[in-house]
Design a binder for this molecule. Structure first.
Ligand code: AMP
Ligand code: MG
Length: 351
């Protein structure tokens, strides 16, 4: 199958609308289209068509028990696919939709099990991206979309990332340029009495608590004990993984830098290709290996935005081992570290 890449160009609204229309046609007919959202690129299919959802799993090589998120563009469409929207969820929707927040509800029969990984609940999000919104509306209102990477690779933050994973496997990629946030949405489960955060993201627990009060964290997110499995099915898989081994080094900045310098030197001496993830502030102090800055500590959003791109670049450069600073920054630090710890298979050196 030939994959067509359609570029969305600012100012060329008529042409853009045309491209979005042809993407929507593919989706209405049961096919797949990768499209930009504000979090990461999604791989979309008609969420109410079981055969279409099944194609997503096949294209990504995704385990079939790992449910998809249904994307909507209008609030009225929510009630048609879920049994009930609790008051707290309505508040969050009002405050954070469109935006990087996914909420889980009991599903109606109209949503096929193929979309929800066989669960009787459905995850729903309203993305804050004009291309995503236009595509969802033109395709009939409901697009099931996980991240548009092949399963186990870092999520795509550029159309090029999608192409490198899925070229020849899907008919179309809408190229909307670089995404804004760079990490997947926050997931809150409203299918039980007390809402629970299943996956951290740009919308933090504090921001949610300010709106609705009581909130729990999935024990799999907070416990050190790795035998506790998170409730969100996808979280049990070793997600977000680069090909290289990733090791995080945590501690005071100076010691971190010394340790990483020593470790990279040793790795290179033993014949490995080594990479280093630092920041704009620390970049100059690394002496060995391929050194990359992930962003600046004075704007933690930049760190989130560049993480997956950097992991992919190291893969392309055939790096064997990556040493990285850790980023427990105040606001989205939890989301960044959640992804990094997974990519690192929880390998952390404390200094
Ligand atoms: P992705 O879009 O690739 O980040 O994957 C979507 C993730 O959302 C899945 O891996 C699950 O962790 C989560 N998810 C989606 N639907 C549900 C659901 N009904 N119950 C629990 N978690 C869900
Ligand atoms: Mg994913």
């Amino acid at each position: 199958m030939q994959t067509v890449i359609e570029k969305i160009i600012e100012g060329e609204e008529t042409q853009n609308q045309h491209k979005i229309e042809s993407a929507a046609k593919i989706i209405r007919e049961g096919g797949l289209v990768a499209f930009p959202t504000e979090t990461v690129y999604g791989l979309g299919a008609d969420a109410l068509n079981p055969a279409a959802s099944a194609r997503i799993y096949k294209a990504k090589g995704r385990p079939s028990d790992n449910p998809l998120i249904v994307h909507i563009a209008d609030m009225d469409d929510l009630d048609k696919i879920v049994v009930c929207v609790p008051a707290g969820a309505r508040k969050l929707a009002k405050r954070f939709w469109p935006g990087p927040l996914t909420m889980i509800f009991e599903k109606r029969g109209i949503v096929p099990g193929e979309t929800t990984g066989g669960l009787d609940t459905v995850a729903v999000r309203m993305p804050d991206h004009p291309v995503a919104q236009a595509l969802i509306r033109a395709a009939g209102g409901y697009i099931a979309a996980p991240s548009a990477n092949s399963s186990g690779r870092p999520s795509p933050t550029l159309a090029e990332h999608v192409a490198s994973d899925l070229d020849g496997r899907i008919p179309m990629i809408l190229d909307g340029g670089a995404v804004g946030i760079g990490l997947e949405s926050t997931i809150v489960d409203f299918s039980e009495e007390i809402p629970m955060v299943l996956r951290p993201g740009y919308i933090t627990p504090d921001m949610i608590q300010n709106e609705i009060g009581e909130l729990r964290m999935d024990p799999g997110l907070v416990e050190e004990d790795s035998t506790i499995r998170p409730k969100a099915p996808g979280m049990k898989y070793k997600h977000y993984a680069p090909k290289a081994e990733l090791i995080l080094v945590n501690g005071a900045q100076k010691k971190v830098q010394q340790t990483i310098n020593n470790l990279t030197r040793e790795a290179i001496e033993s014949g490995k290709t080594a990479g280093v993830i630092g920041t704009d502030e620390s970049y100059g102090g690394y002496r060995y290996g391929i050194v990359k800055s992930i962003g600046t500590r004075s704007d933690e959003d930049t760190i989130a935005r560049h993480l997956y791109r950097i992991l992919r670049e190291f893969d392309q450069q055939n790096v064997d081992i990556i040493y990285s600073e850790s980023f427990s920054t105040p606001r989205i630090g939890q989301a960044i570290m959640n992804r990094m710890l997974k990519a690192a298979g929880r390998q952390v050196i404390e200094v």
